[in-house]
Ligand binder design. Sequence first.
Ligand code: AMP
Length: 499
Amino acid sequence: MTANFYAAVADSIDAGPDRIFLETDDDRTYTRADLARESARFARMMIETGAVRGDRIAVQVDKSPACLFLYLGCLRAGLVYLPLNTAYQRSELTYFLDDAQPRIVVCKPGSFDLMRELCAGHAQVLTLDEEGRGSLADAAAVLPDEFETVDSGPDDIAVILYTSGTTGRSKGAMVTHRNLLSNARALVDCWGFSERDVLLHALPVFHIHGLFVANHCALLSGARLLWHRKFDPALVVRDLARATVMMGVPTFYTRLLAQPKFDREICRNMRLFISGSAPLLLETFKEFQTRSGQTILERYGMSEAGMICSNPLGGERRGGSVGFPLPGVTVRIADEKDRPLPRGEVGGIQVKGENVFAGYWHMPEKTREEFTADGYFRTGDVGTFDTDGYVSIVGRAKDLIISGGYNVYPKEIELALDALPGVAESAVIGIPHPDFGEAVAAVVVARKAARLDPAALIAELKKNFANYKVPKRIYLVEGLPRNAMGKVQKALLRERYSK
Ligand code: AMP
């Protein structure tokens, strides 16, 4: 039996080919049969272009239904889909294209010349715009709309996801068909997806969250997608009443709360709001509950391991926690020597299961380094299990501050700062210090109209924390720098304030 992820999708298409699968924000609709036909044409097109199993297809395009069909076409043809963040510029693209050596590059029409130059004849460059037009679509349109999905082994690579890599070289995480299917099935089950669901999809599709988590839940369960080309809070408010589930990064939720029209009435058909990719502020969690009557379900995952933990659909969803390990996923908290720690202690989050990727592309050394002797993947996140088995994330290991030999977990201080009057949010970082090695510093955003005094904030923290944990300096800023997935770019802050 094939392990090709698309085979599982095909089963759900057969169960209702004429059902609408996707509806765009400008009222175009696609049935499940359309999805089968369009992905078949793309699969054929790439094979006719000379791509063979295992070849990489690099894609840097604006979000469109066509690029979802292209993704599925790659899986069907046994090709390796390689999505690239639309924000990447020349130097970043040079690295990725050189590293991955794709056979085909699909780009926006406006990037055609640049891509041709960067590929220097090694790859065929085709275009696809946000309306689904371009040389790729033209060539595919004339081809037959049937394609026999190739038999893939469970360990065949389906996708390479380059990690967002805030430090060092970005690494290509090789994700297999087995990884995709096991994780998607676990999520459909845990989050209770069914064909009655309508999923509002406003996430980018070059990242695991929008590409796998959202699409796969809909593809396997028969749910419908309300497809927004980008996150526009006003548009979300317009469409929410027609949706039952929404997935977002925390910034989506803070921006929704800033919409005066966002209320309970609009959420009347919603059964689930899911947040992930970055920590959800406790305050957002609470405010969202008050405004909408809905409790956001926070989950935790990463490119290398898919989804790892989730708050429960049925039980208590706890703010500030990412819930329990998903079925089939084993999570442990370990010390520096990979020894499991008891509940309540803080350590490295390690994970094992069918969800864990096959390694980093062309980096066997790096791959070995990230796995323990007994086969756990070191996520690089630091966290803890509480007595009820809920997991909380304290931060990234590389964000850990060691000041005068003492460990400071930034999250502990950030939570305390955020709770002070007038503070909207904060990021705690380590900056070089001649005496302590590193000193704690905080970058703080004030609430609208609030006037903050750094010295007063420091004095407040001193009441509750050991001195080494208290920021030596507090910088007031208008906003924190974030990447496309809403993650605070701490490396950038460290660089900025280390001078
Ligand atoms: P990426 O591979 O780009 O999805 O980034 C994965 C990283 O995002 C994880 O290793 C975590 O550091 C972070 N992350 C994802 N979900 C959460 C969450 N719910 N809370 C805190 N951090 C998260």
